[in-house]
Write a protein that binds this ligand. Sequence first.
Ligand code: HEC
Length: 118
Amino acid sequence: MTVMKVASPLNPICVTLALVTTASDCFSGDRPEPTWLIDQQRCMFCHKLDVPHRAPSFQQIANRYRDTAGAEDMLEQKLRKGGEAHWGKNAMPSAIERGGGALSRDDARTLVEWVLSQ
Ligand code: HEC
């Protein structure tokens, strides 16, 4: 197999995705969707991108926090450890409670950046 030269930095997630799908976005310079993390952490069980479901939509969340200083740190903590409710009565469960396993700071940050880009 010939090795294609692709744009750097070479993201291993993109390489994996490109092998199994047609993830052409990975090579266009756009940030890739962290799909495997979203699946592993079951985000879409409660959230949808554009309409409220069991939780506020990711677009609502992005609109609320996109320009708020410090929001990324707060949300990173929330994705990992849970925290008080900001939208209604039900707080967001911690990573362990959601059943997707422990979430590292880096992975939490990746998810927060993805949510805020919606
Ligand atoms: C079991 C249901 C459930 C799952 C699974 C879930 N969420 Fe949530 N999420 C909620 C609820 C409920 C809220 C609203 C909590 C509140 O009022 O602050 C919320 C709020 C949020 C917020 C805004 C928090 C705030 O302080 O305003 C973000 C960001 C978020 N979720 C991202 C995610 C991501 C990313 C995932 C996957 C890692 C995920 N959620 C998985 C139920 C869930």
